[in-house]
Ligand binder design. Structure first.
Ligand code: ARG
Length: 485
């Protein structure tokens, strides 16, 4: 090979590797969020699907689908940019946190722009303008002729929303109930816990269609129509540009109107409660059983380790175990769930699904309780047993295996059964991060059916069936063990 040829090849390699190297960095500076979305080939849209006609769930042939104006908009954005669409459903007040920690790429959730939110995230151009109203019971409507009539009264609104603020600012001495989910704010009104619910006009109209006992109060808030926009992370010019392109087209072709019509169709009732929503609860039962079983099984393994650590003669190990146990038993599970959920992305940079995060939190939490159960079970075995075994010449692990453990198990098993029962009930907490267990699905059904009460009753019955069946099985097993005594 001649020299110039070699030099040309070397230079070519250098230039091309420099290009590969420089390119991503240069464009990363432009808009790393857009690049990530493009690379993934999928855009993750966060929303709170409790907000018909903007976003809600419906069943088609036993399968659940998201529907509503925001969903249509999300689909169009995905299509316009040749991306797959992933809907991430969570509570409205968790959305901004999820966007900022990178759990989702954008928020399309009927979100109004406000100065406070603008400090945290960027917004696209508006795709809708809305204002707010107050819902009351039809039978009480004539008691409320002006905002003054609500002075000092109990009012509900969805937590973390503009409606919550309006209630706080415009009702003198009002007692505001801020509920995480809109259906709960409606339930509060229907059950008489509050006398009014502040709610966005288009959403109120959807609720009125299904709840003839409710009506608008003849009052006006001191406000103008406010813009509803898509939220995106700050400093994402490319992403913003692409989102605005779609919004421009949607506006120029008046697509929001046709999305509204489609949403109205999707909200139509057909079939009875169980044929329509049964599949939600079945899905919920599966997930509840899955996560709580993994919770006890892995929790027992981890818990046994922690218990052994705590019983260890080596002090630092036993201290470590004590700290672990005390910390987990001394902090609310809800906090632990959120720490795992947001911590995995914010601190560790991992993109872990809600299901896995929820399960991890359950395993960790239950391991602390199980560790104590196991330790107590072992300690409850009479000291004389160990002494006798050791004087018969058995070593430590033989003593544990053949003498202590078989007796300890009898103490441990019933308590472990109780822990399983507790875990089934506690697992409902992971609904807050969007794990599709029973409670989560009950809330979904509240949202789609506009019936806030029945789904809760069904959830209660399902939890009861699960826990009752489990405790029956446990007492059978205990009975067997007694017989073998
Ligand atoms: N527009 C109101 C806000 O931004 C409420 C939006 C609630 N959205 C929902 N999907 N629940 O505060």
């Amino acid at each position: 090979m001649n020299k110039t040829f070699k030099i040309i090849i070397v230079i070519a390699i250098l230039i091309s590797s420099a290009m590969i190297y420089i390119n991503p960095i240069a464009s990363a500076k432009e808009d790393s969020n857009w690049n990530k979305i493009k690379q993934r080939g999928e855009i993750r849209v966060g929303l709170s699907a409790d907000y018909a006609p903007l976003e809600f769930e419906k069943t088609v042939h036993g399968k659940t689908e998201y529907a509503g104006v925001d969903i249509e908009l999300a689909k169009k954005i995905a299509k316009d940019n040749h991306l797959k669409l992933k809907i991430v459903n969570m509570q409205f007040d968790s959305l901004l946190g999820a966007l900022k920690t990178g759990k989702i790429d954008i928020i399309i959730s009927g979100m109004t722009t406000t100065p406070e939110r603008k400090k945290e995230v960027d917004f696209t151009e508006p795709y809708m303008m809305t204002n707010n109203t107050m819902l009351v019971k039809k039978s009480e409507k004539n008691q409320y002729k002006s905002l003054k009539d609500f002075d000092g009264k109990k009012i509900a609104a969805q937590k973390g929303t503009e409606q919550e603020k309006i209630a706080q600012n415009e009702i003198n001495n009002g007692q505001i109930s801020s509920l995480s989910r809109l259906p709960d704010a409606i339930l509060a009104l229907k059950s008489g816990k509050v006398v009014g619910t502040v709610i966005e006009k288009p959403v109120a109209e959807a609720y009125l269609k299904q709840n003839p006992e409710l009506d608008f109060a003849d009052v006006k808030f001191n406000e103008e129509k406010k813009p509803t926009c898509i939220a995106l992370p700050k400093d994402s010019p490319e992403l913003l540009k692409h989102l605005n392109q779609t919004i421009d087209e949607v506006k120029s072709k008046n697509l929001i109107d046709s999305y509204m019509n489609k949403a109205a169709e999707d909200m139509q009732d057909d079939g009875n409660f169980f044929t329509k929503y049964g599949s939600f609860f079945i899905k919920g039962i599966k997930d509840t059983i899955l996560i709580s079983s993994i919770g006890v099984i892995l929790g027992s393994i981890l818990g046994a380790l922690i218990a052994l650590m705590k019983l260890s003669k080596f002090k630092p190990l036993s201290w470590l175990a004590s700290i672990y146990i005390e910390f987990l038993r001394g902090t609310p599970m809800l906090v632990q769930v959120f720490i795992v959920f947001f911590g995995t992305t914010a601190a560790l940079g991992l993109d872990v699904s809600a299901l896995i995060c929820g399960t991890i939190a359950l395993v960790i939490n239950s391991s602390a309780y199980i560790a104590e159960i196991i330790r107590a079970g072992i300690n409850a075995v009479d000291k004389g047993q160990t002494e006798a075994a050791r004087s018969l010449g058995l070593n430590y692990s033989q003593t544990m295996k053949f003498v202590v453990m078989p007796q300890a198990i009898k103490n441990i098993l019933p308590a472990l059964g109780n822990e399983f029962v507790t875990l089934i009930k506690e697992s409902s907490i992971v609904s807050t991060i969007g794990v599709g267990e029973i409670m989560f699905n009950a809330q979904v059904v509240q949202g789609i059916s506009f019936d806030p009460f029945t789904p809760l009753l069904i959830a209660a019955v399902l939890y009861f069936i699960l826990t009752f069946a489990l405790s029956r099985i446990m007492s059978l097993v205990e009975g067997r063990m007694k017989a073998s005594d």
